[in-house]
Design a protein around this ligand. Structure first.
Ligand SMILES: Cc1cc2nc3c(=O)[nH]c(=O)nc-3n(C[C@H](O)[C@H](O)[C@H](O)COP(=O)(O)OP(=O)(O)OC[C@H]3O[C@@H](n4cnc5c(N)ncnc54)[C@H](O)[C@@H]3O)c2cc1C
Length: 464
């Protein structure tokens, strides 16, 4: 067996890269250790209900026929996916809620601007200046060094609460770095969340995944599920191919890995001299509650996503404990502009969490802690909504909770580091000739970001 390229992982970036290569006639194989595609963003069934394992929303919404520079339209063109196939539904609106202030935003940037003008009138000019700096930022420059977004925003936006409120969604949805962001990443996230906005396929993540799989396979790509790459084989310092956990060697001149940079280099045999890479330590717990659509105690709020924070100072860092209620995300997945209302109502709450704290628990304690945390999340949701009578346990038809250890188990990311290593390999170069990194550790994050990453690295190195 010999391939032009083997791709590790059938997540968003691996699938997108695979489609590009297959379109151009490359003999390409994607190897995925799980039985399902999607990686961090897949789906599963419980009690007959389909649950997206990750999806809150896709960023980078664009109308059909929107600007040619729109990242979403660009990636659809590159993957030859007609816009209508995604059946995208826009968010209603979302909220950033701190104790003393709330800001709403939607896919119409004017709402966010007017909220800032209304609640922080003395800051609207500096906010517009920040927007100009963002427009001028060459955020796709793969060679640019780290520039502190905190420092830059602080110089422009004097009101600390407003600055913290701007950072909150951007960090929750796309920072592998504690307490700060690279300004290029800040700029990408600002545009993708505030300027372009949230949407999702009417059929959930499964709809997107089945389109990607179909494009890949129908273009001649091969997909091997439930097969783990256990070695990336180097001979005389050159890449020779990969070995699977069942001992099969598959030859390939090029390997593209979406498994994470540290994770990928640790598969190399022999191990190359390590690039200096930092391990990511930001992970989440997420509790999911499902109610019948007729549930009387389900909150009537119609926001799609809320980013909340206690106090005025937002701390985005590993809490070094099982969870922290200092900040988090609440997603009401049914609150998108669906053409048919979903059969169930759900509430998802995401909190920062520390993998080692969960790993220290014995199994029975781990399960007990998960159950206790679900009850605490319900109480926290009642506090946030300011209503004690909502979210009655009697009406819940399904609840689930994942921890950093679940993320680690299902994705291979060490410590369930959702956004991977803080050291991003923007140029995709692993340090080993012909072994490239795409996805989370290349640096474009989220669903749209991961697909763009797979496309850019495939275009840059494998389709020259
Ligand atoms: C809980 C959660 C919620 C999220 N919500 C959103 C959201 O609402 N919106 C959004 O835009 N983004 C969201 N994200 C982030 C988004 O899912 C990721 O940024 C994106 O999917 C990353 O894609 P990827 O291809 O880089 O990596 P991954 O999805 O991690 O794919 C890597 C793949 O490689 C496979 N793999 C690893 N090692 C091996 C091996 N040795 N052999 C074979 N296969 C291997 C893994 O099984 C995995 O399938 C969320 C993430 C999580 C965890």
């Amino acid at each position: 067996m010999k391939y032009d390229c083997i791709i590790l992982g059938a997540g968003m970036s691996g699938l997108a890269a695979g489609i590009r290569l297959a379109h151009f006639g490359k003999k390409v194989l994607i190897i995925e250790k799980h039985s399902k595609i999607g990686g961090l963003n897949s789906y599963y069934h419980r009690k007959g209900i389909e649950i997206d394992s990750g999806l809150h929303a896709m960023t980078n919404f664009s109308e059909r026929g929107g600007s040619k520079r729109s990242p979403l339209l660009k990636l659809l063109r590159q993957l030859r996916i007609p816009y209508e196939e995604l059946n995208l539904r826009e968010q209603n609106h979302s909220i950033i809620r701190f104790d003393t202030c709330s800001l709403r935003f939607s896919n119409d940037f004017r709402l966010f601007e007017s909220e800032i003008a209304d609640k922080f009138p003395s800051e609207i000019d500096s906010f517009r200046l920040l927007c100009r700096r963002i427009d001028e930022c060459d955020d796709l420059n793969m060679d640019a060094p780290f520039v502190s977004a905190r420092g830059l925003v602080k110089d422009l936006v004097r009101d600390e609460t407003l600055a913290e409120m701007i950072f909150c969604p951007l960090m929750y949805y796309g920072s592998a770095v504690e307490g700060d962001m690279d300004f290029a990443q800040f700029s990408i996230m600002f545009k993708s969340i505030f300027k372009e906005g949230f949407c999702k396929p009417e059929g959930g993540v499964r709809q997107l995944l089945s389109i990607l799989e179909d494009r890949f396979v129908s273009s001649g790509g091969e997909l091997k599920l439930s097969s783990e790459v256990s070695k990336i084989v180097l001979r005389d310092g050159k890449l020779a191919g990969i070995e699977t956990a069942d001992g099969r060697f598959i030859e390939s001149e090029f390997v593209l890995s979406s498994a994470g940079s540290i994770e990928t280099l640790s598969l190399c045999d022999p191990r190359p001299a390590n690039k200096k890479l930092e391990k990511g330590n930001l992970s989440f717990v997420e509790a999911i509650f499902c109610f019948p659509s007729s549930a009387k105690s389900f909150p009537a709020e119609n926001f799609s996503i809320m980013f909340f924070n206690r106090g005025d100072s937002f701390k985005y860092s590993n809490p070094h404990s099982l969870f922290s209620f200092d900040s988090g995300v609440v997603c009401l997945p049914q609150n998108f502009k669906y053409s048919h209302p979903p059969a169930h109502k759900m509430l998802r709450m995401t909190l920062l969490s520390d993998a080692p704290s969960w790993r220290r628990l014995e199994m029975d304690e781990y399960l007990k802690t998960k159950r206790n945390l679900s009850a605490l999340v319900l109480a926290e949701a009642r506090r946030i909504f300011g209503k004690a009578e909502i979210l009655s346990e009697d009406e819940i038809i399904l609840e689930d909770l994942f921890t950093p250890l679940s993320v680690e188990r299902y994705t291979g990311h060490i410590d369930g580091a959702i956004y991977g290593s803080p050291t991003k390999l923007k140029d995709g170069l692993s340090g080993v000739e012909n072994l490239f990194i795409c996805g989370t550790d290349q640096g474009f994050l989220g669903i749209s970001g991961a697909m763009l990453s797979g496309i850019s690295i495939a275009n840059k190195y494998l389709l020259k």
